[in-house]
Design a protein around this ligand. Structure first.
Ligand SMILES: NC(=O)c1ccc[n+]([C@@H]2O[C@H](COP(=O)([O-])OP(=O)(O)OC[C@H]3O[C@@H](n4cnc5c(N)ncnc54)[C@H](OP(=O)(O)O)[C@@H]3O)[C@@H](O)[C@H]2O)c1
Length: 322
């Protein structure tokens, strides 16, 4: 199967490398002058900057930021042969109508449940991470389109773990909700509020950081390995009793109504519209968010803690940045 990966970032790089190591034929594309494309070239991939180069590909994987799909994908769709398959890593742009797939093409989703670094490192260890898989549009040969999706998922090692079939809608909405309510937004709000509460009460910022932020990983690892109930068996009885009392207080009507609002904004497209609006005007909101986070005192404390722990390794397997 001839595969083109457009984009060589977090996900694209690991997909291209795993597919190559699995014996697949893969070329990497991107915009001309792209830094990522030069990296792909120096990693030994055939590269291209002209969308016409995907004319012979049976699968074209769009490993670009979701906000770039609207502008970047159409020239590739126009160049793709009838019956070939457009591959997405997240259902976002197709489900929320940012891109329209021509009926002559299939459209599939293979969304690994983890960052590209984990996709690559588990693959190299002989394992894989699970993925969600969906066929959004069968194209002229629906059975063939589905088998292309399965082949892609297997090439990147997800078949060694689990390929869970779903729909673009379910994947897009649950993925956004999970990252907003818990994984990214939820954890940010909890850690920041807890840190500020301790510091305002006169406790040393270093302790506030360590207790409320640094130790998140230990607990997250326990949850990942043993589940929530298993985690509570691995902590002290005092911590468990505290978890029971605090979870009851924190999980109140206000939290539930905020969560329902987040979900509604995802389902009715308001979130996608806001993201597109910010991206179209040069991402000023995202840039302000980056600046505010970088300037928060949590960051300075984090640097101090990480400097004391030279044995720490990040999720990418690299030493932490100072
Ligand atoms: N990150 C994750 O953990 C993760 C997990 C599951 C699914 N996904 C999904 O995977 C897809 C790719 O995400 P990602 O995190 O891998 O993306 P990313 O690392 O931000 O993508 C970088 C790639 O996109 C190119 N690029 C950046 N901005 C561009 C633009 N405006 N126009 C054209 N090319 C642009 C970069 O090349 P240049 O050198 O030209 O900038 C590079 O090749 C998304 O659909 C995302 O939702 C991501």
């Amino acid at each position: 199967m001839r595969i083109a990966i457009v984009g060589y970032g977090n996900q694209g790089k690991s997909h291209a490398q795993n597919i190559r190591d699995s014996g697949g034929s893969v070329a990497v594309g991107g915009r001309s002058g792209s830094r990522a494309l030069s990296e792909a070239r120096s990693d030994g991939f055939e590269t291209f900057a002209d969308p016409q180069c995907v004319a012979n590909a049976e699968l074209v994987v769009f490993a670009l930021p979701d906000a770039a799909h609207r502008a970047s994908c159409p020239p590739y769709f126009a160049a793709m042969a009838d019956g070939s398959v457009a591959g997405f890593l997240h259902g976002f742009s197709v489900h929320f109508g940012c891109v329209e797939i021509p009926p002559s093409l299939g459209a599939v989703l293979v969304a690994p449940k983890g960052p590209g670094t984990a996709l690559r490192s588990r693959f190299l260890e002989g394992f894989g991470i699970p993925c969600l898989m969906a066929v959004g549009q069968g194209g002229p040969d629906a059975a063939r389109t589905r088998s292309v999706a399965l082949a892609w998922a297997n090439f990147i090692g997800c078949g060694r773990a689990g390929i869970v079939e779903t729909t673009f809608k379910e994947e897009a909405e649950t993925d956004l909700f999970g990252e907003q309510a818990v994984l990214c937004g939820g954890i940010l709000a909890l850690v920041r509020a807890a840190y500020e509460t301790l510091v305002a009460a006169g406790y040393p910022p270093l302790l506030a950081y360590t207790e409320c932020c640094h130790e998140v990983k230990q607990i997250a690892d326990l949850v990942c390995d043993r589940g929530i109930a298993g985690m509570t068996q691995a902590i002290s009885p005092t911590a468990k009793f505290g978890a029971m009392v605090a979870a009851e207080r924190l999980d109140d009507a206000h939290l539930r109504s905020t969560m329902r609002e987040l979900l509604e904004n995802i389902q009715n497209g308001s979130f996608a519209k806001a993201l597109a609006h910010d991206a179209a005007s040069g991402s000023p909101k995202m840039a302000a968010f980056d600046r505010a986070l970088a300037a928060h005192p949590l960051e300075a404390e984090g640097q101090r803690v990480r400097a004391m722990l030279p044995w720490l390794r990040t999720a990418s397997g690299q030493p932490p940045r100072p």
